[in-house]
Design a protein around this ligand. Structure first.
Ligand SMILES: [Zn+2]
Length: 315
């Protein structure tokens, strides 16, 4: 049994996972993202201790999936957004060594998402696949020849900040990074909501802030402005997918994150773009919805933890 942890911007999830990928126990908490790096890792340590006390199980190893650019070798956070105080530079591995004393791994959260889908979800059995997460921001991960491709700086697959001009007028859309016309400025949950409010005017006033499910419900109920912002997000995801697949000769992509809950609203845009711009290689590009939902990052982190303690294959 191993532990997987998802340290997200708002919440932290710890799962205990058996060798079949079954979640045998789980516990969540509110991430102290504005307190310190130490507080964030300590919450994970505390949640693991609580689960151990509750179940009588002790994990053989633990994997942490965390936002930011991470160095898996030193198990340290290299860079992080301003929404995580004291995270950049924090030595997650040293903290876990000291408090838990078991083998541990640190993986970028989007890479962990893809590892989870590879082990237990929509990407099972694939050797070459990319993942795109549509959440508060937009992230990407690349898996080639049976291994994550993290890049020399650990920042490979940062699709969210790739420029795109598929959607008319998108050139002026602001991005969280300070630039504009990026995939994230049209396809993240925040961007979809911002673009809807800009178009719908007064009728958007009673939409709860940050409630993507409510916005999706409006689109399904016939609100044209709501349907359009999801459809345009789909077009841009399609463009990013085709570009990535063409660059790396990929046949599969998995799309996850909270916005993928509106798959029925974004998939038509993805299909439209794919139909208009099929890969020149002639191969079929399969774009699937992720299967593990909010557990993908923690399950992927658990997979990386399992690799630390897996028995060598005999022979
Ligand atoms: Zn950007």
């Amino acid at each position: 049994m191993v532990a997987g942890v998802d340290i997200g911007g708002t919440s932290t999830l710890v799962v205990f996972v058996d060798e079949h990928g079954r979640v045998v126990a789980e516990r969540g908490g509110v991430t102290p993202a504005l307190v310190s790096g130490e507080a964030m890792v300590q919450l994970a340590v505390d949640l693991i201790a609580e689960l151990s006390a509750e179940t009588g199980l002790s994990p053989a190893s633990v994997g942490i999936g965390a936002a930011g650019v991470v160095d898996p070798q030193t198990r340290r956070i290299v860079a992080a957004s301003a929404s995580f105080a004291g995270w950049a530079g924090y030595s997650v591995g040293a903290h876990l060594d000291r408090e838990l004393g078991i083998p541990n791994s640190l993986v970028n959260d989007v890479n962990a998402f893809l590892l989870g889908e590879l082990s237990f979800g929509a990407a099972r059995g694939l050797d070459n696949v990319a993942g795109i997460t549509l959440g508060t921001g937009v992230g990407g991960a690349i898996y080639l020849d049976g291994a994550l491709w993290e890049g020399p700086e650990g920042a490979a697959g940062e699709l969210g900040h790739s420029p795109s001009y598929v959607v008319p007028g998108h050139g002026e859309e602001p991005c969280t990074c300070g630039q504009s016309a990026h995939l994230e400025s049209i396809a993240s949950g925040r961007s979809i909501e911002r673009r809807y409010r800009a178009r719908a005017g007064q009728s958007a006033a009673d939409l709860p802030v940050g409630d993507g499910a409510a916005l999706a419900a409006r689109a399904r109920a016939g609100d044209g402005a709501a349907a359009n912002v999801f459809a345009e997000a789909g077009l841009m995801i399609g463009q990013a997918a085709v570009t990535l697949a063409a660059t790396l000769d990929l046949g599969h992509l998995v799309v996850g994150g909270g916005v993928s809950g509106a798959w029925d609203l974004i998939e038509p845009g993805i299909r439209t773009y794919l139909a208009e711009h099929p890969p020149v290689s002639g191969r079929t590009l399969v774009i699937s919805r992720a299967e593990l939902g909010s557990h993908a990052v923690a399950l992927g982190a658990a997979s990386s933890a399992r690799a630390l303690v897996a028995a060598p294959v005999a022979g």
